[in-house]
Design a protein around this ligand. Structure first.
Ligand SMILES: [Fe+2]
Length: 445
């Protein structure tokens, strides 16, 4: 796009556009009743470019929006940019050198925000994590005492039983892919190179009770595009597509690669072991970015079944609705889940409404919450009612933008009755731009 083009790109228009101010608001107005069991912090990250056009929706500075819930009230809202070197330096620091080496200290932490071992970390897949305070102020980069030598995916997986955090980092120069494991206290205790055929974009991965599943799919890094300052990935017609299975804590050389039909997956919904096989639910794109970096073909719910004996993978399309941001109750990550949640018709420029879907993977049933004309939700996060709650006993939290008011609410749905009217709508002091991922951080007792 030339500078003379009068139409800004989609990610600078409407509710994709950034907000200019960092606000703190106390005791927010609420419609309905916030369940008093919800004691904690809902956080969500997303791009919010501070200056000009970053060149791609994925390339804006990160901004975390947070709402603190306690005793049936919304105690505060805050939004803060994640202070990275891009934020502080007037000149853009160089993310990738000419020989493809990434500087893990410069990227914009705009994709997810998690908590592990008491640390709140803003994440983007090209960088070390950035640690935040519970009030969303930036503390600085975290490299786990100097042990982390690669970037960290924005989608680490917390093992609900061991408390370990499994993750990986990918690079544009060998070693292209490295698996890492943090213990429950937050110490980096294992790093293993995972051999892959080339520098692909690996956004997320999956875990089961016993295994890790890496997705080596045909979105390939192009040094030529990067050198031209353009979006550095392209769809490859000849790279192929494979799922890599490795025992948790295993050695990188032992990964087994199972071929699948070419596709792209940003986000698995969940994976688990069943009858000697691995079942993997994902939001699957038939292709991605074949016609340039702004071409988003829809993703659909899809099931891979991996037979580790025959090393064959069977595939099944489960629904024709376009979805993204698949999530499950975090307590079920890596173990059999019955329910999954997703945003229907997500983040498509030009659309003005979408729904939150609840899938019953046992019966195939699908329920929807329709927020009404002009109202678009982001990712829905499941907050269990209590530690021993059943899988869908709890609430779905999501930011919803209402185009008519140009305002956003934090909306709370009953996960057992997702189609019903919201339990509560918390009115925020400014709109929350469409973004990526977040989490519910319950108070630790
Ligand atoms: Fe993601």
């Amino acid at each position: 796009m030339s500078h003379a083009d009068p139409t800004p790109p989609f990610y600078l228009q409407g509710n994709f556009a950034p907000v200019a101010r960092e606000l703190t608001a106390l005791d927010l107005p609420v419609e309905g009743a916030i369940p008093p069991e919800l004691r904690g912090l809902y956080l969500r990250n997303g791009p919010n470019p501070r200056r000009g056009d970053p060149g791609h929706w994925f390339a804006g500075d990160g901004m975390v929006h947070g709402v603190r819930l306690e005793a049936g009230r919304a105690a505060w809202y805050r939004n803060r940019w994640v202070r990275t070197r891009f934020f502080d330096d007037g000149d853009d620091p160089q993310l990738v050198s000419a020989d493809g080496v990434m500087d893990h200290t410069v990227a914009k932490a705009n994709t997810n925000v998690i908590r592990h071992a008491g640390r709140i970390l803003a994440l983007v897949e090209s960088s070390f994590p950035t640690e935040l305070t519970p009030e969303l102020e930036t503390l600085g980069l975290c490299d786990f005492g100097g042990r982390l030598t690669t970037s960290m995916t924005a989608h680490p997986k917390l093992c609900p039983t061991s408390g370990e955090l499994h993750f990986f980092g990918y690079r544009f120069a060998p070693p292209w892919l490295t698996y890492h494991r943090l213990d429950a206290a937050g110490a980096l205790v294992q790093s293993e190179e995972i051999p892959v055929r080339g520098p692909t974009m690996i956004h997320d991965f999956a875990v089961t009770e016993r295994h890790l599943i890496f997705m080596d799919l045909p979105i390939v890094f192009s040094p030529e595009l990067a050198a031209e300052g353009r979006f550095p990935y392209r769809w490859s017609h000849d790279y192929g597509a494979r799922l890599g299975v490795l025992a948790k804590g295993g050695r990188g050389a032992d990964v087994r690669w199972l071929e699948i039909d070419p596709c792209y997956v940003f986000h698995p919904m969940n994976a688990f072991e069943r009858g000697g096989r691995i079942v993997l639910y994902v939001a699957r794109y038939e292709t991605l970015w074949e016609d340039g970096p702004e071409s988003f073909a829809p993703a659909r719910l899809h099931r891979f079944t991996l037979d580790l004996g025959s090393e064959k993978v069977s595939e099944e399309a489960l629904d024709d609705r376009a979805i993204e941001f698949p999530r499950v109750d975090e307590r079920r990550v890596g173990s059999p889940n019955r329910f999954g949640y997703a945003v229907a018709d997500p983040i498509v420029p030009g659309r003005d409404e979408s729904q939150i879907l609840k899938y019953d993977l046992e019966t195939g049933a699908r329920e929807a919450h329709d927020f009404g004309p002009g109202c678009r939700p982001g990712e829905a996060v499941m907050a269990p009612a209590h530690d021993a709650a059943r899988e869908d006993e709890g609430w779905l939290l999501c930011f919803v933008h209402d185009a008519a008011r140009d305002a956003s609410d934090l909306t709370i749905l009953d996960a057992q009755q997702p189609a019903a009217a919201p339990v509560a709508r918390i009115q925020l002091p400014q709109r929350v731009p469409f973004g990526f991922h977040g989490n519910w951080l319950p108070d630790e007792s």
